[in-house]
Design a protein around this ligand. Structure first.
Ligand code: CP
Length: 326
């Protein structure tokens, strides 16, 4: 472990919150309580304030992050790098298996055991569901999932629900519709679980072949959520507070003819947005490939680039929390 843990505190961790974050892996949103979210939102607010006022802090000076990506990424990878650098730490970036010894056949456990000899925290994106949990079992340092196949994307879920809170000032009482590839969209899987911590109504909008996985549906029902499903975004556009649109994930289809049949199913246009509430948030985890027209971007309700920015603050908060600095 690098350095002494004597950097200035930003927010005092209560013993309960310390248990939730300090030294912990972040592999699923199922591990979080509503109090955990309230806490991490507060730290993210402070990180935003630091970045806006002075750009950076030395809270994690001397600490090293290993940023290990077995799948492509723009936002998650670069925001974790930016988060670590703005906290004064440094990063070992490992992008693409072709540039690491994974290309020689090295296993995930050996890769993780190696990286934790150099780093204090490991961020992992991997195409297999459960890979982050496997990595966490082998690592003595905290492992943070950056998305595991079609499983979960917990840090995206956290930044998404933080964005809902910052855009609309509340989460309780909202109607959230999730649109698109609900079967393969790991961001949806994380966000839907987090929304169960609040008094929210959820509607799932997708063509039949892209419906939520049955096991997740069952989980939401067990959590007391009625599952409302439709194929038509027109059914919800006038009532939703949050329209969370996702890309149809071409890379998850075994049969590309099935992808071709559904890839252009939803297009959010200015004409459609005219029917939406005056106060609502249009969100997307990005990248988008046609689901939201570019001429919607100037609509004040289009929150997706503010959502991207919030990813920086949430990831700064998480890095500081797992390393015991807040
Ligand atoms: N939202 C998201 O995970 O984007 P990237 O794939 O670019 O990291």
């Amino acid at each position: 472990m690098a350095g002494e843990k004597s950097a200035p505190k930003i927010v005092g961790l209560t013993p309960d919150r310390r248990q939730s974050f300090y030294g912990r892996d972040i592999v699923s949103v199922k591990q979080f309580s509503r109090d955990d979210l309230t806490y991490i939102f507060g730290v993210a607010d402070e990180m935003r304030s630091i970045v806006k006022r002075v750009g950076a802090t030395d809270l994690l000076k001397g600490y090293v992050l290993a940023n290990l990506f077995y799948e492509p990424s723009t936002r998650t990878s670069s925001s974790f790098i930016a988060a670590m650098q703005r906290l004064g730490g440094s990063v070992i970036p490992i992008h693409g298996v072709q540039y690491s010894s994974v290309s020689k056949g090295e296993s995930l456990p050996d890769t993780i055991r190696t990286l934790e000899c150099y780093a204090d925290v490991i961020v992992l994106r991997h195409p297999e569901v459960g890979a982050s949990e496997v990595a966490a079992r082998y690592a003595s340092k905290p492992v943070i999932s950056a998305g595991d196949g079609v499983g979960e994307h917990p840090t995206q879920g956290l930044l998404d629900i933080y964005t809902i809170y910052t855009e609309l000032g509340t989460i309780d009482g909202l109607h959230v519709a999730m649109v698109g590839d609900l079967k393969n969209g790991r961001t949806v899987h994380s966000l839907a679980r987090l929304l169960c911590l609040y008094d929210t109504k959820m509607t799932f909008v997708s063509p039949e072949i892209l419906r939520l996985p049955p096991a997740l549906k069952e989980e939401l029902i067990q959590a007391g959520r009625p599952i409302a499903e439709t194929a038509r975004v027109e059914d919800v556009i006038e009532t939703v507070d949050v329209l969370y649109v996702t890309r149809v994930q071409k890379e998850r289809f075994a049969d590309l003819r099935e992808y071709e049949a559904v890839k252009g199913y939803y297009e959010i246009t200015p004409a459609l947005m005219e029917r939406a509430k005056e106060r609502m948030a249009l969100m997307h985890p990005l990248p988008r490939v046609g689901e939201i027209h570019y001429d919607v971007d100037d609509d004040p309700r289009a929150a997706y680039f503010r959502q991207v920015e919030n990813g920086l603050y949430i990831r700064m908060a998480l890095l500081a929390a797992v390393l015991g600095k807040v």
